[in-house]
Design a protein around this ligand. Structure first.
Ligand SMILES: [Zn+2]
Length: 224
């Protein structure tokens, strides 16, 4: 949780009347609108979505994501899916559809609109047309540990590369190293992801992430 979220939590008045005077994008109790530029209150609004299915659906509805609700279920024993959606497209395409918790889906939508696409415009002067991912839901533990991975609840997404509007491909496996514009773009993308997801692990973290960004909405915060 961010410092902003903590501040709001410990703010004394239980009466939320003071917040009603704020514009919605600065009002921590107003629904999150993905189209609005993120600000200090956004991490708190995003955090609230975990516990509030209805609020999360309202935020999703403000995004360009094409999705279908996934009924709460346990497709694999020990790995229940709750408050999840299957995402098939956004303002860009995916190599395949994927399941995501509602909160992860909203974080992705913020990242796409306010981080990824601006980075592509800045470096290449064009949009990302397609994301190549390696999957989100996998019933497993974190490598070499007894702890469940965020992938076990579809609360994590692994992204391996991007295709620009002109067809050019950028992959972490090939383009992370070096000082070309591809590498500059990938670092901008990593830094932008760190503003919207809770945990971001990439090639700088370890060899297991040499070819993808791991993005999740678990309890920890890490940007590597
Ligand atoms: Zn991962």
């Amino acid at each position: 949780m961010s410092i902003a979220a903590l501040l709001v939590l410990v703010a004394p008045p239980l009466d939320q009347g003071w917040a009603l005077k704020l514009p919605p994008r600065w009002n921590p109790w107003a629904p999150l609108d993905v189209r609005e530029a993120p600000n200090l209150v956004t991490p708190f609004k995003l955090w609230r979505l975990q516990a509030d299915t209805e609020l999360c659906r309202m935020a999703l509805a403000s995004s360009p994501l094409k999705y279908a609700r996934v009924p709460d279920s346990a497709p694999v024993a020990g790995c229940p899916l709750e408050n999840s959606v299957r995402i098939s497209a956004s303002d860009l395409a995916f190599n395949s559809s994927f399941i995501a918790t509602c909160e992860l889906a909203v974080a992705f939508a913020l990242f796409e609109q306010h981080g990824l696409q601006p980075a592509a415009q800045q470096v290449f002067g064009q949009r990302v047309a397609r994301i190549e991912h390696l999957g989100s839901f996998a019933c497993r533990n974190i490598g070499g540990s007894q702890r469940r991975s965020q992938h076990a609840s579809a609360n994590a997404l692994d992204i391996a590369g991007f295709r620009l509007a002109d067809g050019r491909r950028i992959t972490l496996a090939r383009d992370w190293t070096g000082d070309g514009e591809e590498a500059r773009f990938l670092r901008l993308v990593r830094d932008a992801a760190c503003e919207h997801f809770n945990v971001i692990l990439g090639p700088d973290y370890n060899a297991a992430h040499r070819d993808h960004f791991h993005l999740d909405m678990g309890l920890f915060r890490m940007c590597r």
